[in-house]
Design a protein around this ligand. Sequence first.
Ligand code: ITT
Length: 205
Amino acid sequence: MGIMGMQRKIIFATGNADKMKEIRKILEDLPAEVMSMKEAGIDVEVEENGTTFEENAILKAKAVAKAAGTIVLADDSGLEIDRLGGEPGVYSARYMGEDTSYRIKNKNLIDRLEGVVKEERTARFVCAIAAVFPDGSVETATAAVEGYIGYEERGENGFGYDPIFYLWESDLSTAQLGMEEKNEISHRGKALKMIKEKLKDVLEA
Ligand code: ITT
């Protein structure tokens, strides 16, 4: 099935502007116009009541696809800290309340790991991407980047939990990486690259 002319449009079902910046960069070489929900003039509230990143990504993409008639993608992501039983996990955006600053959330997580040695501070960012096509079919891809929770916030780039998430190889936080460096190794970069292959097939058919 080929998607012609006007329909070479992909709507990304996210209200998170920082995610959207990373996504635009990763998908810039696709032969399609990638628009945010806002740019597409779509405003839907999605209740993210799934229990996994993948379920929530599908919920978001399907909710917007109903209103769109074009390819819709969504991202559900978060930080899993092993020592805290996988918290904040799928509740990453809602942890301590949606409106609480990341200064406070990040400090709280560091405080909860007080006295825990580096080897036991293991964590990962996980990202599930869902793609819903105009014929109703759904594709998903999930990826993670492994790291550890540092002892202090570092770096000014990125967003959310980036200042406390450190990479084993470099001991840099993901907030100390440039956006393109982060996209190379990140959960979001990896999951989107997998989906991109499927999108190319559909767009170039
Ligand atoms: P949408 O649902 O509208 O896309 P959201 O911010 O609510 O936006 P999620 O429900 O997927 O998105 O929550 C993801 C949260 O996980 C996000 O708000 C950050 O706190 C955290 N997170 C995800 N990816 C991250 C990254 O690359 N760097 C830092 N924090 C990240």
